[in-house]
Design a protein around this ligand. Structure first.
Ligand code: RM4
Ligand code: MN
Length: 388
């Protein structure tokens, strides 16, 4: 059996990043719902993100999205985050919300639009320099809606050229994380639709480029843990955008739709000894809390990742290897299911007590009165968030 002290140490050292955009008002293309206490500034988003870390102890960084979180002074923003006990994490570029990008950004047929997109990506690296962020995360809405609309291979050439320009701007300790997504907003071709396309670009760029697996960005039924195993084997799994889905890119809370899938994914990560931060796999959340309150929603998500990680760490590796080696199919499956079926909540509650935290982070957050306080204080102004 795995050593419980080692399991707890690994869980206490795990780092889960929360996204600034999860704290603003969100919805679907049909309706964005307003919630009381919604942040009006990026500083208020960081303040909310700090609450998640305060009660979980494992979420010390907050990802920003530019220009949604644009400020004049990024070093000051980093200092502000530090005062609140967190740091600015991944910088997410946004080249999908300008009219210029109707036919794409870095793969647009118009060189002037491509140059504008590359300038934004380079600006994001400037921001990383100021905030001390290590990772630039790129997701492109680029693609086409109709056969014949544009040249598929030429778009790949344009994409590769743009990525190379940005990659050359990275400092040695900085990384470029390239995310893929099967479809949406493009419905015929997407320029980075899958892990293979992302991996090919990363391999062409160099060792500082790695693939991001957003768990909502696959066709239904895709075996995501298989992709994860392959990317780990290639040394190119840069990180995850965790969320869950029933149908498409639903962006629901991670671990809500299919906790067993999350366990299977994390089992691959554990086997590669990549839960520890030094392994370079970033565990990021990318979710939209449309109808549920934001801060406890993020806390719940962090706990879901922790629970799945704990179960993955509890897999009896020696027993599993022995069963696999002897061809004992039923026993191998039973070893895995034993770990999955373990109630890890007492273990995690104990870990939190060891860390000086409340064993029940959601209850502790509710008791703190922070939610009522922001609802009373944050009256007026415009909500900061999606599209602003
Ligand atoms: C995309 C993708 C990106 C996220 C945006 C908001 O679908 O998942 O990671 O930054 O949405
Ligand atoms: Mn994502």
């Amino acid at each position: 059996m795995p050593d419980l002290t080692a399991v707890k140490t690994a869980l206490g050292a795990q780092r889960i990043e929360v996204p600034s955009w999860a704290f603003g008002n969100t919805g679907t293309r049909f309706k964005v719902f307003a919630q009381p206490g919604v942040p009006r500034t990026v500083q208020e988003k960081i303040g909310d993100a700090a609450q998640v870390h305060r009660y979980t102890g494992v979420a010390p960084t907050v990802a920003v999205h530019i220009p949604w979180d644009a400020v004049d002074d990024y070093a000051a923003l980093a200092a502000y985050a530090k005062e609140r006990g967190v740091a600015i994490g991944t910088v997410n570029a946004n080249v999908f919300q300008d009219d210029d990008y109707k036919l794409g950004s870095v793969a647009n047929p118009d060189p002037a639009v491509r140059a504008k997109a590359v300038a934004h990506l380079v600006e994001c690296v400037d921001i990383m320099d100021a905030t001390g962020s290590a990772d630039l995360k790129l997701w492109f809405a680029d693609g086409t809606n109709y056969p014949g609309q544009d040249d598929i291979a030429a778009r790949q050439d344009r994409l590769a050229a743009a990525l190379a320009e940005v990659y050359a701007r990275l400092a040695p300790a900085q990384r470029m994380l390239l995310e893929y997504k099967l479809f949406e907003p493009s419905f015929y071709t997407t320029d980075v639709p899958d892990w293979g396309t992302s991996l090919l670009h990363c391999q062409a760029l160099g060792p500082q480029a790695a693939v991001v697996v957003d768990t909502g960005h696959h066709a239904p039924g895709t075996n995501i843990e298989f992709i994860v195993a392959l990317l780990l084997r290639a040394g190119r799994l840069g990180g995850f955008d965790f969320n869950s889905r029933f149908y498409a890119d639903d962006d629901l809370m991670v671990g809500a739709a299919d906790p067993f899938q999350l366990f299977r994914i994390l089992h691959e990560v554990v086997k590669a000894d990549a839960i520890r931060p030094a392994a370079g796999v970033a565990f990021m959340l990318d979710q939209c809390h449309n109808i549920e309150p934001k801060i406890p929603g993020q806390i719940r998500s962090v706990l879901n990742v922790q629970e799945a990680t704990a179960k993955a760490l509890l897999v009896d590796a020696a027993a599993l290897a022995a069963a696999q080696q002897s061809g004992d199919v039923l026993e191998a499956n039973a070893v895995l299911m034993d770990a999955y079926n373990t109630d890890v909540r007492p273990l995690l509650a104990g870990l939190r007590e060891d860390m000086g935290l409340d064993p029940d982070p959601v209850a502790a957050y509710h008791r703190s009165g922070y939610g009522d306080k922001i609802a009373a204080e944050r009256i007026g102004g415009t909500q900061a968030g999606w599209g602003s």
